[in-house]
Design a protein around this ligand. Structure first.
Ligand code: ADP
Ligand code: MG
Length: 480
Protein backbone atom coordinates (compact mmCIF):
# COMPACT_ATOMS: atom_id res chain seq x y z
CA UNK A 1 0.00 0.00 0.00
CA UNK A 2 1.23 3.48 -0.85
CA UNK A 3 2.45 5.80 1.89
CA UNK A 4 -0.45 8.14 1.21
CA UNK A 5 -2.93 5.36 1.54
CA UNK A 6 -1.44 4.19 4.81
CA UNK A 7 -1.69 7.69 6.21
CA UNK A 8 -5.19 8.18 4.91
CA UNK A 9 -6.26 4.87 6.30
CA UNK A 10 -4.81 5.68 9.71
CA UNK A 11 -6.42 9.09 9.72
CA UNK A 12 -9.78 7.54 9.13
CA UNK A 13 -9.12 4.90 11.78
CA UNK A 14 -8.20 7.58 14.30
CA UNK A 15 -11.32 9.52 13.41
CA UNK A 16 -13.37 6.46 14.24
CA UNK A 17 -11.58 5.59 17.44
CA UNK A 18 -11.75 9.14 18.68
CA UNK A 19 -15.51 8.84 18.69
CA UNK A 20 -15.54 5.69 20.74
CA UNK A 21 -13.13 6.37 23.59
CA UNK A 22 -12.58 9.24 25.99
CA UNK A 23 -10.59 12.26 24.92
CA UNK A 24 -8.03 11.67 27.63
CA UNK A 25 -7.49 8.10 26.55
CA UNK A 26 -7.34 9.01 22.93
CA UNK A 27 -4.61 11.57 23.34
CA UNK A 28 -2.67 9.42 25.79
CA UNK A 29 -2.51 6.34 23.64
CA UNK A 30 -2.95 7.44 20.06
CA UNK A 31 -0.81 10.56 19.87
CA UNK A 32 2.15 10.09 17.50
CA UNK A 33 0.97 6.81 16.10
CA UNK A 34 0.98 5.82 12.44
CA UNK A 35 0.80 2.80 10.21
CA UNK A 36 4.29 1.51 9.47
CA UNK A 37 3.46 -1.34 7.16
CA UNK A 38 0.71 -3.51 5.78
CA UNK A 39 1.52 -6.96 4.54
CA UNK A 40 -0.53 -10.11 4.03
CA UNK A 41 -3.51 -8.77 5.91
CA UNK A 42 -1.34 -7.74 8.83
CA UNK A 43 -0.88 -4.14 9.82
CA UNK A 44 1.96 -2.80 11.94
CA UNK A 45 1.19 0.35 13.88
CA UNK A 46 4.09 2.52 14.98
CA UNK A 47 3.86 3.82 18.54
CA UNK A 48 6.21 6.14 20.45
CA UNK A 49 6.93 3.85 23.41
CA UNK A 50 6.57 0.38 24.85
CA UNK A 51 3.77 1.44 27.13
CA UNK A 52 1.63 2.56 24.21
CA UNK A 53 2.48 -0.68 22.42
CA UNK A 54 1.18 -2.68 25.35
CA UNK A 55 -2.05 -0.70 25.58
CA UNK A 56 -2.78 -0.65 21.90
CA UNK A 57 -2.15 -4.35 21.54
CA UNK A 58 -3.97 -5.42 24.65
CA UNK A 59 -6.74 -2.95 25.17
CA UNK A 60 -7.45 -1.36 21.85
CA UNK A 61 -6.68 -4.10 19.40
CA UNK A 62 -10.32 -4.83 18.64
CA UNK A 63 -11.26 -1.14 18.32
CA UNK A 64 -8.43 -0.63 15.88
CA UNK A 65 -9.19 -3.72 13.85
CA UNK A 66 -12.83 -2.83 13.60
CA UNK A 67 -12.06 0.65 12.41
CA UNK A 68 -9.47 -0.58 9.92
CA UNK A 69 -11.83 -3.21 8.69
CA UNK A 70 -14.36 -0.63 7.62
CA UNK A 71 -11.86 0.80 5.16
CA UNK A 72 -9.71 -2.22 4.39
CA UNK A 73 -11.66 -5.45 4.79
CA UNK A 74 -8.69 -7.70 4.04
CA UNK A 75 -6.67 -6.60 7.05
CA UNK A 76 -7.24 -9.09 9.83
CA UNK A 77 -4.47 -8.81 12.35
CA UNK A 78 -2.31 -6.12 13.87
CA UNK A 79 0.72 -5.57 16.02
CA UNK A 80 2.60 -2.52 17.21
CA UNK A 81 6.22 -1.50 16.91
CA UNK A 82 8.03 1.27 18.72
CA UNK A 83 9.35 4.00 16.44
CA UNK A 84 10.69 7.48 16.93
CA UNK A 85 8.22 10.04 15.62
CA UNK A 86 10.84 12.81 15.82
CA UNK A 87 13.12 11.19 13.28
CA UNK A 88 11.19 11.57 10.09
CA UNK A 89 12.53 10.27 6.79
CA UNK A 90 15.68 8.38 7.73
CA UNK A 91 13.97 6.75 10.62
CA UNK A 92 11.38 5.27 8.36
CA UNK A 93 13.70 2.50 7.37
CA UNK A 94 14.73 1.56 10.87
CA UNK A 95 11.16 1.78 12.01
CA UNK A 96 10.17 -0.48 9.19
CA UNK A 97 12.99 -2.81 10.06
CA UNK A 98 11.93 -2.82 13.63
CA UNK A 99 8.42 -3.40 12.51
CA UNK A 100 9.55 -6.36 10.51
CA UNK A 101 11.46 -7.76 13.47
CA UNK A 102 8.50 -7.18 15.69
CA UNK A 103 6.24 -8.76 13.20
CA UNK A 104 8.39 -11.85 13.28
CA UNK A 105 8.41 -11.73 17.04
CA UNK A 106 4.74 -11.49 17.25
CA UNK A 107 4.09 -13.98 14.55
CA UNK A 108 4.16 -16.80 17.07
CA UNK A 109 1.87 -14.94 19.32
CA UNK A 110 -0.19 -13.76 16.40
CA UNK A 111 -0.70 -17.31 15.31
CA UNK A 112 -2.31 -17.88 18.60
CA UNK A 113 -4.45 -14.77 18.52
CA UNK A 114 -4.91 -14.59 14.81
CA UNK A 115 -7.76 -17.00 14.73
CA UNK A 116 -9.56 -15.02 17.36
CA UNK A 117 -8.79 -11.63 15.88
CA UNK A 118 -9.91 -12.52 12.42
CA UNK A 119 -13.02 -14.15 13.70
CA UNK A 120 -13.80 -11.06 15.68
CA UNK A 121 -13.28 -8.97 12.59
CA UNK A 122 -15.37 -11.28 10.44
CA UNK A 123 -18.22 -11.15 12.79
CA UNK A 124 -17.97 -7.43 13.06
CA UNK A 125 -18.04 -6.40 9.45
CA UNK A 126 -21.07 -4.24 9.91
CA UNK A 127 -19.98 -3.15 13.27
CA UNK A 128 -21.20 0.08 14.78
CA UNK A 129 -18.74 2.18 16.75
CA UNK A 130 -18.52 0.70 20.16
CA UNK A 131 -21.09 -1.88 20.95
CA UNK A 132 -22.16 -4.62 18.65
CA UNK A 133 -25.77 -4.09 17.77
CA UNK A 134 -26.79 -6.74 15.37
CA UNK A 135 -29.95 -8.44 14.35
CA UNK A 136 -30.56 -11.90 15.70
CA UNK A 137 -29.30 -13.59 12.57
CA UNK A 138 -25.84 -12.37 13.43
CA UNK A 139 -23.60 -13.75 16.05
CA UNK A 140 -23.29 -11.16 18.78
CA UNK A 141 -25.93 -8.80 19.98
CA UNK A 142 -25.31 -5.75 22.13
CA UNK A 143 -21.90 -6.59 23.50
CA UNK A 144 -19.89 -3.63 24.70
CA UNK A 145 -16.16 -4.19 24.60
CA UNK A 146 -15.61 -1.74 27.42
CA UNK A 147 -16.53 -4.41 29.92
CA UNK A 148 -14.09 -7.26 30.37
CA UNK A 149 -12.85 -9.49 33.19
CA UNK A 150 -9.46 -7.82 32.79
CA UNK A 151 -10.69 -4.45 33.90
CA UNK A 152 -12.97 -5.81 36.61
CA UNK A 153 -11.47 -5.39 40.05
CA UNK A 154 -12.10 -8.25 42.43
CA UNK A 155 -12.64 -7.83 46.16
CA UNK A 156 -14.45 -9.71 48.86
CA UNK A 157 -17.72 -8.14 47.79
CA UNK A 158 -17.75 -9.71 44.36
CA UNK A 159 -15.27 -12.56 44.27
CA UNK A 160 -17.87 -15.27 44.34
CA UNK A 161 -19.84 -13.65 41.54
CA UNK A 162 -16.69 -13.21 39.48
CA UNK A 163 -15.67 -16.84 40.05
CA UNK A 164 -19.11 -18.05 39.01
CA UNK A 165 -18.97 -15.94 35.85
CA UNK A 166 -15.58 -17.39 35.01
CA UNK A 167 -16.78 -20.91 35.56
CA UNK A 168 -19.70 -20.30 33.24
CA UNK A 169 -17.34 -19.25 30.45
CA UNK A 170 -15.28 -22.40 30.90
CA UNK A 171 -18.08 -24.72 30.04
CA UNK A 172 -21.20 -23.04 28.74
CA UNK A 173 -24.50 -24.39 29.90
CA UNK A 174 -23.07 -27.12 32.07
CA UNK A 175 -21.72 -25.71 35.28
CA UNK A 176 -24.15 -23.15 36.64
CA UNK A 177 -27.32 -22.83 34.69
CA UNK A 178 -28.88 -20.39 34.97
CA UNK A 179 -26.43 -18.12 36.71
CA UNK A 180 -28.34 -15.47 38.61
CA UNK A 181 -26.45 -12.42 39.90
CA UNK A 182 -28.12 -9.87 42.11
CA UNK A 183 -27.12 -6.70 43.88
CA UNK A 184 -27.92 -3.02 44.16
CA UNK A 185 -27.39 -0.55 41.37
CA UNK A 186 -23.88 0.42 40.30
CA UNK A 187 -22.10 -2.57 41.81
CA UNK A 188 -20.89 -4.20 38.61
CA UNK A 189 -23.62 -6.58 37.48
CA UNK A 190 -23.76 -5.32 33.92
CA UNK A 191 -19.97 -5.27 33.82
CA UNK A 192 -19.85 -8.95 34.80
CA UNK A 193 -22.60 -9.98 32.40
CA UNK A 194 -20.97 -8.18 29.51
CA UNK A 195 -17.59 -9.66 30.44
CA UNK A 196 -19.04 -13.14 30.11
CA UNK A 197 -20.28 -12.25 26.64
CA UNK A 198 -16.97 -10.79 25.59
CA UNK A 199 -14.99 -13.69 27.01
CA UNK A 200 -17.08 -16.32 25.28
CA UNK A 201 -16.94 -14.34 22.10
CA UNK A 202 -13.16 -14.17 22.14
CA UNK A 203 -12.82 -17.86 23.09
CA UNK A 204 -15.12 -19.07 20.36
CA UNK A 205 -16.28 -16.77 17.61
CA UNK A 206 -18.90 -19.24 16.46
CA UNK A 207 -21.06 -18.99 19.52
CA UNK A 208 -24.25 -17.02 19.26
CA UNK A 209 -24.47 -14.59 22.11
CA UNK A 210 -27.29 -12.27 22.98
CA UNK A 211 -27.15 -9.63 25.67
CA UNK A 212 -30.38 -7.85 26.36
CA UNK A 213 -32.25 -6.17 29.18
CA UNK A 214 -35.64 -7.36 30.26
CA UNK A 215 -37.08 -4.05 29.11
CA UNK A 216 -35.59 -4.39 25.67
CA UNK A 217 -36.74 -7.99 25.51
CA UNK A 218 -40.27 -6.88 26.33
CA UNK A 219 -40.29 -4.11 23.74
CA UNK A 220 -39.00 -6.45 21.05
CA UNK A 221 -41.55 -9.05 21.96
CA UNK A 222 -44.41 -6.55 21.85
CA UNK A 223 -43.25 -5.32 18.44
CA UNK A 224 -42.91 -8.86 17.15
CA UNK A 225 -46.44 -9.65 18.26
CA UNK A 226 -47.72 -6.47 16.64
CA UNK A 227 -46.07 -7.42 13.36
CA UNK A 228 -47.18 -11.05 13.50
CA UNK A 229 -43.63 -12.19 13.99
CA UNK A 230 -43.82 -13.67 17.46
CA UNK A 231 -42.90 -17.15 16.25
CA UNK A 232 -39.87 -15.83 14.45
CA UNK A 233 -38.88 -13.95 17.59
CA UNK A 234 -39.00 -17.11 19.67
CA UNK A 235 -37.22 -19.17 17.06
CA UNK A 236 -34.42 -16.65 16.89
CA UNK A 237 -33.93 -16.64 20.62
CA UNK A 238 -33.95 -20.40 20.73
CA UNK A 239 -30.93 -20.53 18.47
CA UNK A 240 -28.77 -18.68 20.95
CA UNK A 241 -25.87 -20.38 22.78
CA UNK A 242 -25.58 -17.80 25.51
CA UNK A 243 -28.51 -15.65 26.54
CA UNK A 244 -27.78 -12.80 28.93
CA UNK A 245 -30.71 -10.93 30.41
CA UNK A 246 -29.87 -7.88 32.49
CA UNK A 247 -32.17 -6.34 35.11
CA UNK A 248 -34.72 -9.10 35.05
CA UNK A 249 -36.66 -7.44 37.88
CA UNK A 250 -38.48 -5.40 35.23
CA UNK A 251 -40.24 -8.54 34.07
CA UNK A 252 -42.23 -8.40 37.28
CA UNK A 253 -45.90 -7.96 36.57
CA UNK A 254 -45.55 -8.45 32.81
CA UNK A 255 -47.36 -11.73 32.57
CA UNK A 256 -47.37 -12.20 28.84
CA UNK A 257 -43.67 -11.42 28.56
CA UNK A 258 -42.91 -13.80 31.41
CA UNK A 259 -44.76 -16.57 29.64
CA UNK A 260 -42.81 -16.10 26.44
CA UNK A 261 -39.60 -15.79 28.36
CA UNK A 262 -40.39 -18.98 30.20
CA UNK A 263 -40.77 -20.87 26.94
CA UNK A 264 -37.54 -19.51 25.54
CA UNK A 265 -35.81 -20.19 28.84
CA UNK A 266 -37.00 -23.79 28.90
CA UNK A 267 -36.07 -24.45 25.31
CA UNK A 268 -32.55 -23.15 25.86
CA UNK A 269 -32.20 -24.86 29.20
CA UNK A 270 -33.21 -28.22 27.79
CA UNK A 271 -30.61 -27.85 25.08
CA UNK A 272 -27.96 -27.09 27.72
CA UNK A 273 -27.59 -23.55 26.47
CA UNK A 274 -26.29 -21.05 28.98
CA UNK A 275 -28.52 -18.43 30.54
CA UNK A 276 -27.20 -15.62 32.71
CA UNK A 277 -29.50 -13.25 34.53
CA UNK A 278 -29.07 -10.21 36.73
CA UNK A 279 -31.46 -8.45 39.03
CA UNK A 280 -31.44 -5.87 41.79
CA UNK A 281 -32.81 -8.46 44.23
CA UNK A 282 -32.89 -12.24 44.65
CA UNK A 283 -35.56 -14.22 42.78
CA UNK A 284 -37.66 -14.76 45.86
CA UNK A 285 -38.00 -11.00 46.38
CA UNK A 286 -39.17 -10.19 42.87
CA UNK A 287 -42.84 -9.74 43.46
CA UNK A 288 -45.27 -11.01 40.86
CA UNK A 289 -42.69 -13.22 39.25
CA UNK A 290 -44.40 -16.25 37.89
CA UNK A 291 -43.78 -19.13 40.27
CA UNK A 292 -42.41 -21.49 37.64
CA UNK A 293 -39.94 -18.83 36.47
CA UNK A 294 -38.87 -18.17 40.02
CA UNK A 295 -38.23 -21.82 40.66
CA UNK A 296 -36.29 -22.05 37.40
CA UNK A 297 -34.09 -19.18 38.50
CA UNK A 298 -33.60 -20.73 41.89
CA UNK A 299 -32.64 -24.02 40.33
CA UNK A 300 -29.31 -22.63 39.15
CA UNK A 301 -26.57 -20.73 40.91
CA UNK A 302 -27.49 -17.53 42.76
CA UNK A 303 -24.72 -15.13 43.77
CA UNK A 304 -24.75 -11.57 44.99
CA UNK A 305 -22.49 -8.57 44.61
CA UNK A 306 -22.33 -6.19 47.55
CA UNK A 307 -20.62 -2.91 48.29
CA UNK A 308 -16.85 -2.87 47.95
CA UNK A 309 -14.74 -2.16 51.04
CA UNK A 310 -12.34 0.76 51.25
CA UNK A 311 -9.29 -1.03 49.87
CA UNK A 312 -11.26 -2.37 46.92
CA UNK A 313 -12.71 1.07 46.24
CA UNK A 314 -9.17 2.42 46.11
CA UNK A 315 -8.12 -0.36 43.74
CA UNK A 316 -11.11 0.29 41.48
CA UNK A 317 -10.37 4.00 41.36
CA UNK A 318 -6.74 3.33 40.59
CA UNK A 319 -7.70 1.03 37.70
CA UNK A 320 -10.21 3.48 36.30
CA UNK A 321 -7.77 6.37 36.51
CA UNK A 322 -5.12 4.35 34.72
CA UNK A 323 -7.61 3.37 32.03
CA UNK A 324 -8.27 7.03 31.45
CA UNK A 325 -4.57 7.79 31.40
CA UNK A 326 -4.85 9.99 34.50
CA UNK A 327 -2.56 10.00 37.52
CA UNK A 328 -3.88 10.41 41.08
CA UNK A 329 -1.72 10.26 44.20
CA UNK A 330 -2.41 7.61 46.82
CA UNK A 331 -3.67 10.25 49.23
CA UNK A 332 -6.18 11.58 46.76
CA UNK A 333 -7.33 8.07 45.81
CA UNK A 334 -7.86 7.28 49.47
CA UNK A 335 -9.68 10.53 50.09
CA UNK A 336 -12.11 9.85 47.26
CA UNK A 337 -12.66 6.24 48.23
CA UNK A 338 -13.24 7.16 51.87
CA UNK A 339 -15.87 9.68 50.98
CA UNK A 340 -17.75 7.94 48.21
CA UNK A 341 -18.99 4.63 49.45
CA UNK A 342 -22.31 3.77 47.91
CA UNK A 343 -21.38 2.23 44.65
CA UNK A 344 -18.83 2.04 41.89
CA UNK A 345 -20.83 4.10 39.45
CA UNK A 346 -20.64 7.07 41.83
CA UNK A 347 -16.91 6.55 42.24
CA UNK A 348 -16.51 6.63 38.49
CA UNK A 349 -18.65 9.75 38.23
CA UNK A 350 -16.47 11.44 40.81
CA UNK A 351 -13.33 10.49 38.93
CA UNK A 352 -14.72 11.84 35.66
CA UNK A 353 -15.55 15.09 37.37
CA UNK A 354 -12.06 15.45 38.78
CA UNK A 355 -10.54 14.77 35.37
CA UNK A 356 -12.84 17.28 33.68
CA UNK A 357 -12.08 20.00 36.21
CA UNK A 358 -8.33 19.40 36.03
CA UNK A 359 -8.48 19.53 32.22
CA UNK A 360 -10.54 22.67 32.26
CA UNK A 361 -8.43 24.55 34.76
CA UNK A 362 -5.19 22.98 33.61
CA UNK A 363 -4.35 22.06 37.19
CA UNK A 364 -2.97 19.03 38.99
CA UNK A 365 -5.40 16.94 41.04
CA UNK A 366 -4.25 17.99 44.50
CA UNK A 367 -6.30 16.93 47.49
CA UNK A 368 -7.55 20.47 47.90
CA UNK A 369 -8.77 20.68 44.33
CA UNK A 370 -10.38 17.26 44.56
CA UNK A 371 -12.15 18.16 47.81
CA UNK A 372 -13.49 21.26 46.18
CA UNK A 373 -14.47 19.51 42.98
CA UNK A 374 -16.31 16.75 44.80
CA UNK A 375 -18.00 18.78 47.52
CA UNK A 376 -21.51 18.25 46.25
CA UNK A 377 -21.04 14.64 45.22
CA UNK A 378 -19.58 13.75 48.61
CA UNK A 379 -22.41 15.50 50.40
CA UNK A 380 -25.09 13.66 48.46
CA UNK A 381 -23.26 10.38 48.75
CA UNK A 382 -23.16 10.80 52.52
CA UNK A 383 -26.83 11.56 52.62
CA UNK A 384 -27.67 8.43 50.71
CA UNK A 385 -25.80 6.35 53.25
CA UNK A 386 -27.83 7.67 56.12
CA UNK A 387 -31.27 6.31 56.74
CA UNK A 388 -34.11 7.21 59.09
CA UNK A 389 -33.02 4.38 61.28
CA UNK A 390 -29.55 5.88 61.74
CA UNK A 391 -31.04 9.20 62.85
CA UNK A 392 -33.18 7.47 65.44
CA UNK A 393 -30.25 5.33 66.63
CA UNK A 394 -27.94 8.30 66.99
CA UNK A 395 -30.48 10.46 68.84
CA UNK A 396 -31.61 7.72 71.17
CA UNK A 397 -28.04 6.82 72.03
CA UNK A 398 -26.92 10.38 72.58
CA UNK A 399 -29.88 11.46 74.73
CA UNK A 400 -30.26 8.03 76.30
CA UNK A 401 -33.87 7.63 75.32
CA UNK A 402 -35.52 4.43 74.30
CA UNK A 403 -36.13 4.32 70.53
CA UNK A 404 -39.76 3.35 70.91
CA UNK A 405 -40.29 6.22 73.28
CA UNK A 406 -38.65 8.62 70.83
CA UNK A 407 -41.05 7.63 68.06
CA UNK A 408 -44.11 7.37 70.29
CA UNK A 409 -46.76 10.01 70.90
CA UNK A 410 -45.63 10.36 74.54
CA UNK A 411 -45.06 13.91 75.75
CA UNK A 412 -42.48 13.41 78.47
CA UNK A 413 -40.48 16.60 78.78
CA UNK A 414 -37.08 14.97 78.32
CA UNK A 415 -38.24 13.31 75.09
CA UNK A 416 -39.89 16.27 73.36
CA UNK A 417 -36.75 18.21 72.50
CA UNK A 418 -34.65 15.27 71.23
CA UNK A 419 -37.64 14.19 69.15
CA UNK A 420 -37.76 17.63 67.57
CA UNK A 421 -34.06 17.39 66.82
CA UNK A 422 -34.63 14.01 65.18
CA UNK A 423 -37.36 15.53 63.01
CA UNK A 424 -35.06 18.41 62.14
CA UNK A 425 -32.28 16.07 61.06
CA UNK A 426 -34.59 13.89 59.03
CA UNK A 427 -35.74 16.95 57.13
CA UNK A 428 -32.37 18.65 56.82
CA UNK A 429 -30.11 15.68 56.18
CA UNK A 430 -32.42 13.23 54.46
CA UNK A 431 -34.79 15.62 52.72
CA UNK A 432 -37.67 13.65 54.16
CA UNK A 433 -41.10 15.21 53.58
CA UNK A 434 -43.02 16.72 56.52
CA UNK A 435 -45.96 14.33 56.10
CA UNK A 436 -43.42 11.49 55.88
CA UNK A 437 -41.78 12.56 59.12
CA UNK A 438 -45.16 12.95 60.83
CA UNK A 439 -46.15 9.47 59.77
CA UNK A 440 -42.85 8.03 60.93
CA UNK A 441 -43.41 9.44 64.43
CA UNK A 442 -46.54 7.45 65.15
CA UNK A 443 -48.81 9.16 62.65
CA UNK A 444 -48.46 12.76 63.73
CA UNK A 445 -49.69 15.61 61.60
CA UNK A 446 -47.26 17.16 59.10
CA UNK A 447 -47.58 20.53 60.88
CA UNK A 448 -45.92 18.99 63.96
CA UNK A 449 -42.89 18.08 61.84
CA UNK A 450 -42.83 21.50 60.22
CA UNK A 451 -43.06 23.20 63.58
CA UNK A 452 -40.22 21.05 64.98
CA UNK A 453 -38.00 21.87 62.02
CA UNK A 454 -38.60 25.63 62.22
CA UNK A 455 -38.16 25.64 65.97
CA UNK A 456 -34.82 23.82 65.98
CA UNK A 457 -33.57 25.86 63.03
CA UNK A 458 -34.23 29.04 64.96
CA UNK A 459 -32.73 27.68 68.17
CA UNK A 460 -29.53 26.74 66.36
CA UNK A 461 -29.09 30.30 65.20
CA UNK A 462 -29.43 31.58 68.74
CA UNK A 463 -27.87 28.87 70.82
CA UNK A 464 -24.26 28.00 70.29
CA UNK A 465 -24.31 24.95 72.54
CA UNK A 466 -27.16 23.43 70.55
CA UNK A 467 -25.33 24.25 67.34
CA UNK A 468 -22.34 22.27 68.57
CA UNK A 469 -24.53 19.46 69.80
CA UNK A 470 -26.17 19.10 66.41
CA UNK A 471 -22.80 19.31 64.69
CA UNK A 472 -21.69 16.42 66.84
CA UNK A 473 -24.84 14.43 66.08
CA UNK A 474 -24.27 14.91 62.36
CA UNK A 475 -20.76 13.64 62.68
CA UNK A 476 -22.03 10.53 64.44
CA UNK A 477 -24.65 10.13 61.77
CA UNK A 478 -22.15 10.11 58.98
CA UNK A 479 -19.68 7.85 60.67
CA UNK A 480 -22.09 4.95 61.09
P1 ADP B 1 -24.87 -2.42 37.77
O1 ADP B 1 -25.17 -3.12 36.49
O2 ADP B 1 -24.73 -3.38 38.92
O3 ADP B 1 -25.81 -1.31 38.08
P2 ADP B 1 -22.49 -1.62 36.38
O4 ADP B 1 -21.96 -2.93 35.95
O5 ADP B 1 -23.16 -0.80 35.35
O6 ADP B 1 -23.43 -1.79 37.63
O7 ADP B 1 -21.29 -0.81 37.05
C1 ADP B 1 -21.26 0.61 37.13
C2 ADP B 1 -19.90 1.09 36.71
O8 ADP B 1 -18.95 0.69 37.68
C3 ADP B 1 -19.45 0.52 35.39
O9 ADP B 1 -18.78 1.51 34.67
C4 ADP B 1 -18.50 -0.58 35.76
O10 ADP B 1 -17.47 -0.72 34.80
C5 ADP B 1 -17.94 -0.09 37.08
N1 ADP B 1 -17.59 -1.20 37.99
C6 ADP B 1 -18.41 -1.80 38.87
N2 ADP B 1 -17.75 -2.74 39.59
C7 ADP B 1 -16.48 -2.73 39.13
C8 ADP B 1 -15.30 -3.47 39.46
N3 ADP B 1 -15.31 -4.40 40.42
N4 ADP B 1 -14.17 -3.18 38.79
C9 ADP B 1 -14.16 -2.23 37.84
N5 ADP B 1 -15.21 -1.51 37.48
C10 ADP B 1 -16.38 -1.73 38.11
MG1 MG C 1 -26.73 -2.77 35.16
Amino acid sequence: MEQLNKDDLWRSVLGNIELSISKANFSTWFKNTKILSIEDGHVVVGVPNGFAKEWLENKYQSYILQAIHKEAPDINTMSCAVYNPQQEGGSEKSAAQEAHATQQNVSQQTKKTKATSSRVVDAEKKHSQKSVQHTMAQTYVNLNMRYTFDNFVVGEHNELAKAACHAVCEDLGRIYNPLFIYGKVGLGKTHLLQSIGNQVRSDDGEKRIVYTTSEKFTTELVNAIKNNKADRFKEDYQKVDLLIIDDVQFLAGKEKTQQEFFHIFNALYNLNKQIVISSDRPPKSISTLEERLRSRFEGGMIVDVSQPDLETRIAILRTKALEKGFYLSDDVLRFMAENIKNNVRELEGALNRVIAICDLRKKEPTQQLVEQALGEIIESSRKKCVQNKNVIDVISEFYEIDKKELISKGRKKEVVHPRQIAMYLLRKELNMSYPGIGKYFSGRDHTTALHAYEKIKKEIEENERLREEIGFLKEKLYSV
